[in-house]
Design a protein around this ligand. Structure first.
Ligand code: SF4
Ligand code: SF4
Length: 379
């Protein structure tokens, strides 16, 4: 039997837009965001609500290709298509949008989106180490803070930011605990069902209510004995983000008999395993925020050691038997990073790996099935 606490998350989408409209009518600004590098804590401390606008469906891509090149990442085309066809209620509800210079396609697409909505671009230093990288990133967060004040009318105070940091750390902690329940077999969901639950974290209107529901679900799961381990191969999915509508690889893996136990990507646990240092935040919340966000292991960072560190931890914690690295077509950073990464996994863990490059269409389903079935036979 499913835990009753799941109901809140299963029906989340039905309520979310209405809650957002109520908050908007009450004077809250809505900030459309496209990436986990956009600091939600800063947005909330300025009295706004961040909502995720990444396109995950094929449908808006044809409209996007009227203006964008066809040989572009489907995530960028889908996001743009939603905006220009006015078919995404969350884009329509956004008072302003927040872009970031993570990859070339995205940053140029944001320039076009800036013709539709007020846009703020956060520029990334791409480098993890070195004082100058952190200084630059910190200065970008200060610039974003000024933009937020200009658009919400609410100046961000250190106290408000510290409070939001503590709240988002609680949310991360609750999700990490939920993932532990999932790993231990107390939460019996397919990986594609867990993805739907995880996606709700991009649309949190009222963080306190949302976290309480997560914590209640965890408490309910605490009382369930850990499950008998499934005989299915335990797979980790890494690479570019997926979502409902762009989850064909996940679904093919599951229908071929695998268990996608964890997703180390932006739609999975990547943003959850990096809490913000609250001791540093008590002293300087802006500095703590900048430091943490620079640590996110996206392939746009060069080099990108934290992706290796996170994968090492995930492969061990989840006793992973095979790794699938998914790259959206034309995503050069993830595509190039795949080769050294999978070689390292092979040498370090001796488990099978598979690199898949695809888009949102159904055209290669048969080919993907064949490659995935052959991969699972190696486990
Ligand atoms: S993969 Fe990189 S660019 Fe894409 S959403 Fe994640 S952090 Fe942002
Ligand atoms: S998947 Fe790659 S190309 Fe697409 S938006 Fe993310 S970083 Fe850019």
């Amino acid at each position: 039997m499913k835990p009753s606490g799941l109901r809140y998350f299963e029906t989340y989408n039905e309520r979310c837009l209405a809650e957002l409209e109520t908050a908007h009518d009450a004077g809250k600004s809505i900030a459309g965001v496209y990436c986990i590098f956009a600091p939600a804590e800063l947005i909330r401390a300025a009295g706004a609500i961040p909502v995720g606008l990444c396109g995950k469906k094929q449908a808006p891509i044809a409209r996007a290709e009227e203006e964008l090149p066809a040989n572009l990442c489907p995530l960028i085309k889908s996001s743009y298509g939603y905006a220009v066809s006015d078919t995404c209620p969350y884009f329509a509800a956004s008072d302003f949008i927040v872009g970031e210079t993570t990859c070339d396609g995205k940053k140029k697409m944001f320039e076009l989106l800036g013709r539709i909505k007020p846009l703020h671009m956060i520029h990334l230093p791409y480098l993890l180490d070195g004082v100058h990288a952190l200084d630059f990133w910190y200065s970008e967060f200060l610039r974003f803070r000024d933009f937020l004040k200009d658009h919400t009318g609410i100046p961000v105070t250190d106290d408000a930011l510290l409070e939001q940091i503590q709240i988002s750390n609680r949310l991360r902690k609750a999700f990490v605990k939920l993932m532990a329940h999932y790993r231990q077999g107390r939460l019996k969901l397919a990986g594609s069902e867990l993805l739907v639950l995880m996606e709700t974290k991009g649309f949190v209107v009222n963080p306190e209510t949302y976290i309480r529901q997560l914590e209640d679900l965890n408490t309910e799961l605490d009382g369930i004995p850990s499950g008998i381990e499934s005989a299915k191969p335990r797979i980790l999915l890494t690479g570019t983000p997926v979502g409902k509508g762009s989850d064909k690889v996940l679904k093919i893996l599951e229908s071929a008999g695998a268990q996608v136990l964890v997703q180390e990507n932006c739609s999975g646990i990547k943003s959850l395993y990096y809490p913000i240092d609250e001791t540093l935040a008590a002293d300087s919340p802006m500095k703590a925020l900048a430091k943490r966000y620079l640590e996110l292991p996206c392939a746009c960072m060069s080099p990108n050691p934290n992706r290796y560190h996170l994968l090492e931890r995930m492969i061990g914690d989840y006793r992973i038997q095979g790794v699938v690295d998914l790259t959206w077509q034309c995503c050069h950073t993830y595509n190039i990073e795949s080769y050294p990464l999978l070689k390292w996994i092979d040498t370090r863990f001796g488990i099978p790996t598979l690199h898949l490059e695809t888009d949102y269409s159904e055209s290669d389903i048969g080919q993907l099935q064949t490659r995935i079935e052959a991969f699972l036979e190696l486990i």
